[in-house]
Design a protein around this ligand. Structure first.
Ligand SMILES: Nc1ncnc2c1ncn2[C@@H]1O[C@H](COP(=O)(O)OP(=O)(O)OP(=O)(O)O)[C@@H](O)[C@H]1O
Ligand SMILES: [Mg+2]
Length: 356
């Protein structure tokens, strides 16, 4: 299980004070090796300060930080900074340098030849899903999503086992953001780096994190655990209110939908009544029709997704029937709201050890 991962980064009694302000107070935290750990919390609670203390962009006032068991002050600060990839909110690219040169910044500082670092930069563009044709562009000629991908590629170029990311996706629109999140999960699965990721968005935290640290005001950790633990058993009122009133639907993110029936579209009893699902020639859903009216909309449920997406497909459907598709987006059938509610009931009861 994940809990067996060794510790990559350890905060021991770490505090950071700025004159009157305590940004971080007595932080004790073990960040597991090879997983994504998310720092989440409201603005000003010390997330960025905690992240930056890891690579000594900010020096702790008290306490120690161990990287793979070694006090991180044993290494010169500049060397430590170069040895960890760092991605920030606004990609932080150098405007007068091309995409390829931006990506190659740290390898060049470390003495890698221009030729090799350029070659590596192009490969990293493939890795993060950027067209190599963009390599000679300048940052101002990129979209927000492309710029963030360059930021991630540049961080990967440091080729270190630890990647620090401070709200890297918060400045892009929700669709691009979801894309970048999926990409990060995929990248992590192939590269298996230790990633520390800062966000103030609880949804992003539970989507990406294997471990989530919820920061409260004054730089204290209110809870540290798996996303599921945080949603199921908030440690206190602060965490409960931070994860919010829609915690119930978030929790469904972890409930499998395997036993949810998908009713075939050619069911002779047509349980969906007057409604007609509209499909294009390739079998992709294109909304519903009723009384000669075409009604678009409804989110799709891709087979294998969680109960959360299943519930969403039912609630957002004009007909009240969720539409299930395969990985290629081809319609498989429909979900009934009764089945979805039954499944959520079973999920709820199973939490109290009551089976059915
Ligand atoms: N260089 C600094 N000088 C003085 N105070 C600072 C400095 N950096 C941070 N602080 C203060 O420390 C506290 C924590 O700041 P930090 O940037 O770590 O918060 P954050 O959780 O990252 O917030 P946000 O979500 O807004 O980015 C804040 O009260 C902030 O004003
Ligand atoms: Mg911050």
């Amino acid at each position: 299980m994940e809990s067996e991962n060794a510790t990559a980064i350890e905060f021991v009694d770490v505090s950071k004070r700025y004159d009157a302000v305590t940004a971080v107070e007595n932080l004790n935290l073990e960040i597991p090796d090879g997983l994504i750990t998310v720092f989440v919390g409201p603005s000003g609670c010390g997330k960025t300060t905690s992240l930056r203390m890891i690579n000594r962009m900010v020096e702790p006032s008290e306490g120690r930080i161990l990287i793979q068991g070694r006090d991180h002050r044993e290494e010169p600060a500049f060397q430590l900074r170069r040895s960890m990839g760092y991605v920030m909110q606004q990609s932080g690219l150098m405007p007068h340098r091309t995409v390829a040169d931006n990506i190659a910044t740290v390898p060049r500082l470390n003495g890698v030849s221009a030729r090799t670092s350029r070659h590596n930069a192009l490969e990293l563009m493939d890795t993060v899903g950027l067209d190599r044709g963009l390599s000679k562009r300048y940052p101002a000629q990129l979209s927000g999503g492309q710029a963030q991908r360059v930021g991630v590629a540049r961080a990967l170029a440091a080729d270190s086992p630890i990647l620090l990311m401070d709200e890297p996706f918060s400045a892009v629109d929700p669709v691009v953001r979801a894309d970048l999140q999926r990409e990060l999960v995929r990248l992590h699965e192939t590269l298996k780096r230790t990633i520390v990721f800062v966000t103030h968005d609880i949804d992003e935290a539970v989507t990406l994190g294997h471990r989530v640290a919820v920061f409260g005001t004054g730089g204290k950790i209110e809870q540290f655990g798996s996303p599921e633990e945080i949603l199921r058993q908030p440690a206190n009122d602060f965490v409960a209110s931070f994860v919010g009133h829609d915690r119930g639907t978030r929790r469904l993110t972890f409930a499998a939908s395997d036993d949810l029936p998908i009713h075939p579209l050619d069911s002779p009893d047509r349980p969906w009544g007057e409604w007609e699902l509209v499909l294009d020639d390739a079998g992709h859903p294109r909304g519903w029709r009723i009384a000669d009216r075409h009604v678009p909309g409804g989110s799709l449920f891709t087979r294998g997704q969680s109960l959360r997406e299943a519930l969403d497909s039912v609630l957002s459907s004009p007909s009240g029937w969720g539409v299930a598709v395969d990985d290629d987006g081809v319609a498989l059938g429909v979900l009934s709201s009764d089945d979805v509610m039954d499944a959520t009931t079973r999920e709820r009861l199973s939490r109290y050890g009551v089976g059915s």
